[in-house]
Design a protein around this ligand. Sequence first.
Ligand code: C5P
Length: 469
Amino acid sequence: MASLTVRQLDDKLKALLRLRAARHGRSMEDEVRVILKAAAAGREALEKFEPPAPPAMAVRRPASPIAADARRVLLIIGGGIAAYKSLDLIRRLQDGGAQVRCILTAAAQHFVTPLAAGALAGERAFTDLFDARSEFDVGHVRLARDTDLVVVAPATADLLAKMAGGHADDLAGAVLLATDKPVLLAPAMNPRMWAAKATQRNLAQLVADGVRVVGPNSGEMAERGEAGLGRMAEPREIAAAAAAMLRAAGPLSGTRVLVTSGPTREPIDPVRFIANRSSGKQGHAIAAAAAAAGADVVLVSGPVDLPHPPGIAVVQVETANEMLAAAERALPADVAVFAAAVADWRVERVGRGKLKKQHGEPRALALVENPDILATIAHLKKGRPRLVIGFAAETDDVVANAKEKLAKKGCDWILANDVSPETGIMGGDSNTIHLITATAVESWPPQSKDDVARQLVERIAAALQDEKR
Ligand code: C5P
């Protein structure tokens, strides 16, 4: 049988496979195995195939259910007592929305096990340069490249020396030599080893090579009676430094993005309100994807039942008027995406006390129109974002109505979607989008709201890039 490697697949297939693998927390090769196994069992099985249950130690997924913000971190765990903290670091990185893959050096395995690291990461940990399974599977060069950031924690004196000298006699060394991605070191060693001329020389070389360093901190060492500079930075400090590096490397780094999301709630009296069924899933996913791409994001959100996406400034509002005020305060911004389902009307006179039932005719509520937040910002003479994007939720003539809306609201792009009840889009997890610009209509395939968010962010990054040219 001819052999086929993932590398030989075409880019589109590779991208789909990467997405599927990321969703299941598996390597691309493991994902292919799962697909082939199911296919061998018959087509029906392919549809019904359930991924194997995660280990009982429970794989922790990012705190946010939104996967659009998933960035890849390759964590190299070196052999020092601080390695136990690296298990906590895996969680912290995941809480920040990253997918983590681990490599353990031989020395690291005296302190923590590949099983523990793999169970927490949700993917087996890699240990051996000469392990045929790893090399056929992923290979050290792929490990080095299929990531957005490499973190070395603890970075021992020996690892620093190896890196500075370009040694590649084990998996960690080979990966560090082969990577073209940013590298973050969290040194940890005895204070005398840290102060040693050789260590400082190696460190200076690595910094000159472009490697970033977090810590070490000062304090008690594991060895009794020893104290000084050499404690590994705390996992939360390392995770924060990693998040900052991931943002800086993203295609939207240096841009400010405003996103509105969720419904608004227009009060009738102190206990009643007018609202709608918007879940905020699409807007939140866009905010998360923009942040993952390095943007500085302000999310103005109506009341939703979703966690705040990591690393984002969230302004919570209730009414359309509050949403407009918060959006205006968030300016200037380079890009503004209006994904909120804003109530068109509010009650003219909000009851100061709870409205009472009347005998006879039911009471009529007089309504007044709410401000159109998208149109207001899109028509700004001064301080208009470079790219203003709206949504059009339609139930019929989706594209025609959206084109009309583009002109009426004065925005640059409209993402139109069919929200007829039978589509299940409102409150659901998937979306079918037509992207309407001044010159074109592009129909995207049905996909998850996270994927819509990612695709939109890619388009935004490309548009801003084109503008610069
Ligand atoms: O007019 P319609 O509600 O269909 O327009 C939808 C688009 O306009 C969405 O992008 C929505 O966020 C935005 N909008 C707004 N303020 C309103 C009404 C809609 O920003 N009052």
